[in-house]
Design a protein around this ligand. Structure first.
Ligand code: ADP
Length: 397
């Protein structure tokens, strides 16, 4: 079955066409600056050259039309006609408590996603725009929504409740939801498969370290805790997001700097994290690495604080599960930054981890990066959210 996977943001749209029978990506790319001047589509057919076409895309519908045109193009297209697309899988950020698994897209499902938009005002409306545009252009193709939050709906109450008046949960559903669920689910499953073990018998900690970053505790294949919360702002120090802070800092700094709540939220989401800690040097770990190698204190402190937060969460989740069998690193930093993995694992010898520095010099393929007799296995598992969305879509249509 050929499945189109769509990840639609407010001004960008990532896509992949996947042949699910052989799990092969036929073409992929993205539309950028939708609704803004200078929009363009990037299209890469499997084994072919990347093409960039600058063209106005005032709406998401036009962007998706350009994706469909590229896929069916006489010269570099990978399918003859749109009829070959048998299903579309859409990433949807927030499924609230409504969705504990992926769902076929129907009018009722869309209404339920709209209800959750309150919880993700920047993301869910954009996801819905993508869904509606696809429905208009491909009215008879079955579609599925795959939620970032769904995998974490198995968390117990004690893990998802905040120490706040309970009425806020009852009235507004203020609780921990967690994100990156598609990745945590995919990577925990692959970790068990890769180690030749049954996930039902395992306690796994997944460290999804990218520009957005989160850790999850996965016990018996189910998420029992995760570091992101009501929104993706909580938990680890990220590229530009603060992660956990004393909530009183918001009042303190906003008074000193004369900032509104919106401006303060902008600081926490866009100007903090390793970017903020490095004094605005960069949110990209490659730059911080270079800076640290040159003994630049900005790079050194940002990396150290980032790693330390991950170390603390791993300890917390080993405690939450009363043990851990495997730790998996994934996403942009987790997959590419050997030094981050090594520095984090250097503080985990108390768990019985015997790290393998040689094996750790790896990129792009699933690898055991602890020694064979390490009490806890440490693995690097490249995440593949699109393939996970494709599988979910096939299962439901
Ligand atoms: P997101 O999906 O949240 O945007 P990614 O998982 O794609 O993030 O991760 C992007 C980040 O990965 C970059 O900002 C950069 O910090 C990091 N990264 C990518 N390549 C490397 C590398 N070779 N070495 C270190 N860090 C890297």
């Amino acid at each position: 079955m050929k499945v189109l996977v769509i990840n639609c943001g407010s001004s960008s749209l990532k896509y992949q066409l996947i042949d699910s029978d052989v799990e092969k990506v036929l073409a992929k790319g993205l539309c950028e600056r939708i609704g803004i001047e200078g929009s363009q589509i990037v299209y890469t057919p499997a084994g072919g050259e990347k093409e960039i076409t600058v063209s106005p895309m005032p709406t998401h519908k036009q962007a998706i039309q350009m994706v469909l045109d590229a896929l069916t193009n006489d010269k570099t297209g990978v399918i003859k006609s749109l009829a070959e697309v048998e299903a579309v899988g859409h990433r949807v950020v927030h499924g609230g408590e409504e969705f504990a698994s992926s769902a076929k897209i129907t009018d009722e499902m869309i209404a339920a996603v709209e209800k959750c938009s309150d919880l993700a005002p920047l993301h869910n409306p954009a996801n819905l725009i993508g869904i509606r545009a696809c429905q208009e252009l491909m009215p008879n193709v079955p579609m599925v929504g795959v939620f970032d939050t769904a995998f974490h709906q198995t968390m117990p109450e004690k893990a998802y409740l905040y120490g706040l008046p309970y009425k806020y949960y009852e009235k507004y559903k203020v609780r921990r939801y967690g994100f990156h669920g598609t990745s945590h689910s995919y990577v925990s499953k692959r970790t068990a498969e890769f180690l030749g073990k049954n996930i039902e018998d395992m306690k796994i900690i997944v460290c999804h370290l990218g520009n957005g970053a989160s850790v999850s505790a996965v016990m018996g294949g189910k998420s029992v805790d995760t570091s992101m919360g009501l929104t993706p702002l909580e938990g680890l120090i990220m590229g530009t997001r603060s992660g956990d802070i004393d909530p009183a800092i918001m009042e303190f700094v906003s008074k000193k700097e004369n900032l509104t709540m919106d401006q303060m939220m902008n600081v926490l989401n866009k100007e903090s994290g390793v970017y903020g800690l490095s004094g605005g040097l960069s949110s990209d770990f490659r730059d911080l690495e270079d800076a640290a190698a040159k003994n630049d204190p900005a790079g050194i402190r940002a990396r150290a604080a980032f790693n330390y937060r991950v170390i603390k969460y791993i300890g917390a989740y080993a405690a939450a599960m009363n043990g851990v069998d495997a730790i998996a690193f994934t996403a942009g930093v987790g997959e590419n930054d050997a030094l981050v993995r090594e520095d984090i694992c250097a503080s985990l010898t108390y768990l019985g981890i015997d790290f393998d520095s040689e094996a750790n010099k790896v990129r792009g393929k699933e690898t055991l990066i602890s020694k064979a007799d390490s009490k806890v296995a440490v693995v690097m598992i490249p995440t593949d959210e699109e393939m996970a969305i494709c599988r979910e879509t096939v299962a439901l249509v």
